[in-house]
Unconditional design. Structure first.
Length: 81
């Protein structure tokens, strides 16, 4: 199973984007999603953008990742994701 991480583009370079997300800043390959602009949201796996997503989808994925992290740490989640 692959888990993509939502990241927001903060700078654009040829073929890459500098993105920020829950794991900090990363240099991400953007070839699979085409041209990106500052402010765009991307679903990133292994430093490669897999999909362009909406801010709403980014929030949903982040909430789901929070629940997964809580379960892995033995915390009870409320199941609202």
């Amino acid at each position: 199973m692959c888990l993509g991480i939502p990241m927001q583009v903060i700078a654009v370079e040829p073929g890459h984007a500098r993105c920020a997300g829950r794991l900090g800043e990363r240099r991400v390959r953007s070839a699979l999603v085409g041209e990106v602009a500052v402010g765009d949201w991307l679903l990133v796996f292994l430093d490669s953008a897999q999909e362009r997503i909406t801010v709403e989808r980014a929030r949903e994925v982040d909430a789901t990742l929070d629940l997964i992290e809580a379960v892995m740490q033995g915390e009870a989640g409320d199941g609202d994701a």
